[in-house]
Write a protein that binds this ligand. Structure first.
Ligand SMILES: *Cc1c(COP(=O)(O)O)cnc(C)c1O
Length: 428
């Protein structure tokens, strides 16, 4: 596969943008290849500037559950743009989107729209701190909640006692208030609560982790976590930026029948345009300015074009039963892969739920970050280069999910199985 144009453009990009990209994973650094430069995308396919076609399993890291360039969403964006792009004043669309989200997420009694998932989480945490009048937050190792300072934290060497910044530039006094627990391990959370009595404002979690590869919550873990948090006077924040409108129209909380205090959304609710949102219990949300003392604001928040794209996406998903379609496609793909790759059980593990999956280059269960880190990233690297050249666009990292859409066809999936099976046989 020839990617000369991409190669040349990236050289120019590297001179004007750090690493040649506007978000790190796009640089393909962990697979040691030069990145693909995209020209356009439609349905399940994405095309680079050399004219190569790929079946897309990145799907913009989640938003494109309807596939790319859905005609109904294009129309909504076009129609909205004719009326102006941004006003710094309330529009009816925002209220309509709030209602649409509330209908699917009953726990989101009130909502605030922001411009990214990062902003949603950052603001939800400030709100939780303001509401509880406590400072400390518990997060889980391997869960990603955007790049606000207090979330760029990892367990220190004396795990469960100290946490340290996971990025340069994050002050230690900020990271010190974020405690790190182990996914699927309630005891690790219990220890943190008992060592920090009446100090924990909130526990934040991806109810299904999808940013260390896909890691599923074990039976009873989320319910136990909610109860434990409430017993200790903290708030539970579900970061459903990926899972919202994907695991079900009502997200992971709808699928598992759980009720967090605050929910963070993003990705699908903007249909590919920049958006984020956080919402939850009315009494908590009323702590937000201007009704309450917790400050939060945004020049472009509730942008009419983003709101129109999000609303059109959600309505089209309802119309198409897009969640079921994407789930069926994923089931079909996972069954085919498991069938064809039986002999590789001691080398790979496939984690999957709804329309998310990860092929871990590791034997046995993958239930937390420590398991994830045992994956053979060299094998992944070889595998990635192989499938990319056969026409599959998957995230260039072992620690990401594959995202399916309602537009992935049987033909796409059969071709994908063929490419993946061949690559694994050649790689391992
Ligand atoms: C993508 C993501 C975020 C951050 O959203 P951005 O829009 O990239 O800022 C936060 N939480 C989770 C779970 C995500 O997957």
């Amino acid at each position: 596969m020839n990617r000369d144009n991409s190669l040349n453009i990236i050289k120019i990009a590297e001179a004007v943008m750090p690493g040649g990209v506007n978000s790190p994973v796009r640089a393909f650094k962990s697979v040691g290849l030069s990145p693909v430069v995209v020209q356009r995308a439609e349905g399940s396919k994405i095309y680079d500037i050399d004219g190569n076609e790929y079946i897309d399993y990145v799907m913009s890291y989640g938003p494109m559950i309807l596939g790319h360039s859905d005609k109904r969403v294009i129309k909504a964006i076009t129609d909205a743009s004719v009326n102006g792009f941004s006003f710094g004043a309330t529009t009816e669309g925002e209220i309509e989107l709030a209602g649409l989200i509330n209908r699917h997420f009953p726990s989101v009694e009130m909502i605030r729209l922001v411009n990214s998932g990062t902003e949603a989480v950052m603001s939800a945490i400030r709100l939780a701190r303001g509401f509880t009048k406590r400072d400390k937050i518990i997060k889980f190792e391997g869960c990603y909640h955007g790049h606000s300072d207090s979330m760029l934290v990892k367990a220190g060497s004396g795990a469960l006692t100290t946490s340290v910044p996971s990025s340069s530039g994050v002050a230690e006094c900020v990271s010190a208030d974020t405690l790190v627990a182990v996914y699927n391990d309630l005891d690790s959370v219990k220890t943190l609560f008992s060592n920090n009595k009446r100090e924990i404002a909130a526990v934040i979690i991806e109810p299904v982790a999808a940013n260390m590869g896909v890691v599923l919550p074990e039976e009873g873990f989320l319910k136990g976590l909610i109860d434990l948090t409430h017993e200790n006077g903290g708030l539970i924040i579900f970061d459903e930026v990926i899972t919202g409108f994907r695991l079900s129209l009502g997200g992971a909380q709808g699928l598992f029948n759980l009720k967090p205090d605050i929910t963070c959304l993003g990705k699908i609710i903007g249909g590919g345009l920049p958006i984020g949102a956080f919402g939850g219990r009315r009494d908590i949300m009323e702590y937000l300015s201007p009704s309450g003392p917790v400050y939060q604001a945004g020049t472009l928040s509730g942008n009419p074009i983003c709101v129109a794209a999000g609303m059109a996406t959600i309505k089209a998903m309802e119309e198409d039963d897009a969640v079921s379609k994407a789930n069926e496609a994923t089931d079909y793909l996972v069954k085919s892969l498991r069938g064809e790759l039986k002999n590789f059980d001691d080398k790979i593990t496939i984690n999957s739920i709804s329309s998310l999956l990860t092929i871990f280059f590791k034997r046995g269960n993958v239930n937390n970050f420590e398991d994830v880190m045992k994956s053979d990233t060299n094998l992944f690297k070889k595998f990635f280069g192989n499938v990319l050249n056969q026409g599959l666009f998957i995230a260039p990292s072992q620690y990401e999910a594959m995202f399916l859409s309602s537009k992935h066809t049987r033909a796409d999936l059969d071709k994908t199985t063929g490419i993946i099976v061949k690559a694994i046989k050649e790689t391992i």
